[in-house]
Design a protein around this ligand. Sequence first.
Ligand SMILES: C[S@@+](CC[C@H](N)C(=O)[O-])C[C@H]1O[C@@H](n2cnc3c(N)ncnc32)[C@H](O)[C@@H]1O
Ligand code: SF4
Length: 390
Amino acid sequence: MKARVQNTQQGIGLYIHWPFCLAKCPYCDFNSYVAEHIPQEAYAKALVQELKTALAEIPKIPLTSIFFGGGTPSLMFPSTAQALIDTATSLLPVSDNLEITLEANPTSVENQKLKDFYHAGVNRASLGIQSLTPTALKALGREHSVSQAIEALTIAKKIFPRISFDLIYAREGQTIKEWEKELQEALALAHDHLSLYQLTIEPGTIFAKQYRQGKITLPDEELSTDMLNTTEAITHQYELKAYEVSNYAKPGAESRHNLTYWRYKDYIGIGPGAHGRVTLDQTLYATERHKNPVKWLEHVRQNGHALSVKEALTPVEKAQEMLLMGLRLTEGIQAHLFKERCGIALMDAVNMSMLEALVDEDFLTWDQYCLKTTPQGRLRLNAILEALLK
Ligand SMILES: C[S@@+](CC[C@H](N)C(=O)[O-])C[C@H]1O[C@@H](n2cnc3c(N)ncnc32)[C@H](O)[C@@H]1O
Ligand code: SF4
């Protein structure tokens, strides 16, 4: 890696998508595929190529984070991560504390491989543990056992300075008492960050079909609200604060990469289906890459990239996106940053009488400088956004 520069206001994140998994989980609608044989070399070469093409276009601003997401990026060769990190850090200046995260599944992470990812430059691991009970792991169609999950966590803790893991709760039949117990166990194992997601039924998944057929039921709104309140209370006892709808961290341990999305800053996205938001000549562009891995590979081979969308965003589109992202955060949205980013004032972007009504109902707070959701509001984010944007 080359010389580091001090953090500046301006920076950019990099998301790299790895689309392969060992099995498709029945709840998951991420862009992921089960391949009998992963063409590792071809994908490594194409990802580096697409990264080079993307970096040639953007100004030389400091790189603040890299995130290997998926799919299951821990299935990639560590040498691929190394080549991508080296390419990015040699073509862009690097900010202080460059955060490099790898999503890893507890099945595909053997000791040696995690160490190699660390030596390649990864300094943060995010493990997909999902549950600490055998029946739930089975119901979620996971490939790993509770003991494998704990083993992966123990190994990862010895290697990486920063660790997070994901759990899915508000599952079918789960009681508050069961969740409290599981969460306490998780917190005893946790480092300084956790992602705790309530199970959602995503269109096109096996769970969506079973839900339609009445084979799966989910907790009602009252129970999910109680579960969320319990989650916030218990994590708080362990000094992990809710900083986003589903994310909990000790102060300073928040995921810098994900904050880039939620604070609506620039990031490059490469790999099948990856999205990006990049500023070129003072215009913010939304970018997307071909979703299908085979098609993506063909495009990169032919053109050096697989861009399928590159669209300049209008002030109204930017305002909608920034509200969508920023209201997920406990810190909310600063009005001056909103104006700077979107080119319109926050007060002109939303329905003000609706905003005042939502403040009265204790779903939002607004003091002319900052707009925030309350914990109650974060539970009803979709309805709030719909009302504000009318
Ligand atoms: C990119 S995904 C998976 C990363 C990794 N392949 C894994 O499975 O651990 C990131 C996280 O989103 C969460 N997730 C995915 N689908 C979900 C759903 N339908 N409901 C709730 N959480 C979900 C899971 O906790 C998952 O770990
Ligand atoms: S949850 Fe993770 S392992 Fe399962 S299909 Fe989705 S990306 Fe793959």
